[in-house]
Write a protein that binds this ligand. Structure first.
Ligand SMILES: NC(=O)c1ccc[n+]([C@@H]2O[C@H](COP(=O)([O-])OP(=O)(O)OC[C@H]3O[C@@H](n4cnc5c(N)ncnc54)[C@H](OP(=O)(O)O)[C@@H]3O)[C@@H](O)[C@H]2O)c1
Length: 354
């Protein structure tokens, strides 16, 4: 199952909105085929693994390891369970059941009814955590929002003049680039956009490099509109509609007018609706917010987040401002899922308790 989970990682950023699933086929303790979910609308993991089997492979004593229950419905692909039912494979090991109402235990029931031995729950928590975007969306019907930041040992995200490069080392930044592939959209605040001109790409990603997320800037007052248009290229800027109207310049390319006053108590909810209502190449399942502290604080206050990725570097700044120290309030209770050292930096990852 560990191998199946590793195989599923090949599909991060590729399979969404389908979960990244791995399938491993083993016979006489030998790996005979493996596969992971292809791009949305294309083959699921089981079909990929079966297509890689030797034509004469005898599966009468084989075991299939799946990181997710096989699907039972006809979608863009035929049901995966049919493949297993037609094959002589006697044993199927599944990490976690599929909460999709079109499956919901039916894959397991059909396999057992056909006389196959089915084991469920092997590395289940890991399989759940690795596909949290999928499971959370199925459960809540809404995209999952995650927070990510890098802080100094004192909790500051930049120095008093707004410099933050670099709090963490190259390995931590490469991990962040890998992480970005997991998310459909990525958001920063207007001040971060102006201070850092971030690219928010996956350029240093270590591992399969499948996609850059859609990039957004939360900019209630329209601060970034004074930049040349080329500086905003590739980003969608969410600006309060009254602020845009006050400028009298219409709606510049790449700007999304948000129908709310900048000091309204509804500001963040309306911004969230505007982002979630935007056009995406695939159905929106997850959003990663990469700061700065002002935006993160507001979104924590309004209970946006289900996941937190926090890096703590070893570097301290000399000139500090309290406005740039991250106070983490709201949400929870939180489950600590990762505590890991990456080249001297500390990575902590939390998930909100279901
Ligand atoms: N270490 C890290 O991981 C990291 C990550 C990102 C950024 N940074 C650093 O963070 C600094 C910028 O952070 P920041 O906190 O100044 O800004 P920010 O988080 O980038 O932007 C905050 C945005 O939210 C708006 N906003 C905040 N509170 C609001 C409220 N109560 N009502 C309405 N709008 C509100 C601000 O509006 P207005 O400003 O228009 O009023 C601004 O558009 C940069 O220097 C950057 O280098 C560090």
């Amino acid at each position: 199952m560990e191998l199946a989970l590793l195989e599923s990682m090949e599909s991060i950023g590729l399979s969404q909105p389908n979960p990244a699933v791995g399938c491993v086929l083993v016979q006489n303790r030998q790996l005979i085929a493996k596969g992971s979910t292809r791009a949305w609308k294309q083959e699921h993991a089981e079909r990929v693994a079966f297509s890689r089997l030797d034509p004469g492979a005898d599966l009468h004593h084989a075991t299939a390891y799946l990181t997710l229950e096989p699907c039972t419905h006809q979608g863009f692909q035929p049901p995966c369970v049919d493949l297993l039912l037609k094959s002589p494979i006697p044993k199927i090991v599944i990490a976690v059941a599929d909460p999709d109402p079109r499956v919901d235990g039916e894959g397991i029931r059909l396999l057992r009814a056909a006389g196959k031995e089915v084991v469920v729950g092997v590395l289940g928590p890991e399989a759940y955590a690795w596909n949290l975007n999928f499971f959370s969306t199925k459960k809540t019907g809404r995209p999952l929002w995650a927070a990510k930041w890098a802080q100094t040992p004192t909790g500051h995200l930049c120095d008093a003049s707004g410099h933050s490069k670099w709090i963490t080392g190259a390995e931590s930044r490469a991990y962040t680039h890998w992480l970005r592939q997991k998310y459909d959209a990525i958001v920063v605040g207007a001040r971060t956009f102006l201070a850092d001109q971030p690219r928010l790409t996956v350029r240093d990603c270590a591992g399969p490099l499948n996609r850059n997320p859609e990039r957004f800037v939360f900019d209630p007052k329209g601060r970034t509109l004074d930049l040349p248009e080329a500086a905003r290229e590739g980003f969608r800027i969410l600006v309060c509609e009254p602020e845009l109207q006050a400028r009298g310049q219409g709606t510049p390319a790449g700007v999304i007018p948000v129908p709310v006053e900048k000091d309204s108590s509804e500001l963040w909810t309306v911004f969230q609706d505007a982002l979630q209502g935007s056009e995406f190449p695939r159905p929106l399942q997850s959003v990663l917010v990469e700061g700065g502290p002002g935006l993160l604080r507001e979104l924590f206050k309004h209970d946006f987040f289900t996941v937190v990725h926090r890096f703590t570097g070893i570097r301290n700044f000399t000139a500090l401002s309290e406005a740039h120290r991250m106070e983490w309030v709201g949400g929870g209770p939180w489950i600590l899922e990762t505590e890991e050292e990456i080249q001297g930096d500390l990575l902590h990852e939390w998930r909100k308790e279901d």
